[in-house]
Design a protein. Structure first.
Length: 250
């Protein structure tokens, strides 16, 4: 455990002491701020019963920038160290492969969570400026951020796996986007083909759009509570096998 914490601290410093990490943080805050402002303007133009939280996150624009977070925070995880040769040095050190994989994953995931802390303030700005009650309930805000963390847990693992496949950061980023786009568009299969075919329940089960929509309305669905941790475990296991293969191959 001590070795894992040392590796984790090293990886976190790579995010927090790197200007690029702060650029990502600023970009997320700016993108979410634009989303909140757009939702508020939408309420002004067309009154709606949906909450501010639901209107902000239930839009194509949100998914566009949300999915692009993961290649940015994970593409360096293994690819950069493989390119520079430091991964070989790390794997020949007295550390276990699972410690290397888990430390890189946890650092990226914790940084992902950190990105969302400032956005909580943005939803309060509406009430502060208009001097009105918040346009959302505690259940809606907790549900939304809860499902975002669950999705981030799995999508970060996908990014780490993509980074372990190559020594190029650009290729790792493109692979991450491709994998996440597949997961995203699979959720649209029932919308495109309708819900009258066998196996449609599976597509509803893995639809991240449906998960976010439900949780943003304050509903708790147990399917994502099983799906995302399971997907995370499977992808991290594959990443471990890939990195361990490289270790013994050397």
């Amino acid at each position: 455990m001590r070795t894992l914490l040392i590796l984790l601290r090293k990886e976190l410093k790579g995010f927090l002491l790197n200007p690029f990490g702060w650029v990502i943080l600023a970009a997320v805050v700016l993108a979410n701020g634009v989303g909140v402002s757009t939702a508020m303007k939408g309420f002004l133009d067309t009154p709606s019963q949906d909450s501010l939280v639901f209107a902000t996150f239930h839009s194509p624009v949100f998914w566009f920038w949300f999915l692009f977070i993961f290649p940015l925070i994970t593409m360096r995880s293994f690819a950069e160290e493989e390119r520079s040769g430091t991964l070989e040095t790390l794997l020949t050190a007295p550390v276990r492969t699972w410690q290397v994989v888990l430390s890189k994953y946890l650092a990226a995931f914790l940084f992902f969570i950190l990105l969302w802390l400032p956005t909580l303030i943005q939803f309060h700005i509406f009430g502060w400026i208009a001097e009105l009650p918040d346009a959302w309930t505690p259940g809606e805000i907790l549900g939304t951020y809860g499902i975002i963390i669950l999705m981030g847990m799995a999508f970060t693992a996908v990014g780490c796996f993509a980074s372990a496949l190559t020594s190029s950061q650009i290729i790792a980023g493109l692979l991450t986007i491709c994998f996440l786009m597949i997961l995203f568009f699979v959720g649209y299969v029932p919308v495109i083909w309708g819900g009258a075919f066998e196996g449609v329940g599976l597509f509803h089960y893995i639809s991240c759009q449906e998960h976010l929509a439900l949780f943003a309305k304050g509903f708790v669905d147990t399917r994502p509570l099983v799906y995302y941790p399971t997907l995370t475990f499977v992808v991290l296991f594959l990443t471990y096998q890939l990195v361990d293969y490289r270790r013994w191959k050397r």
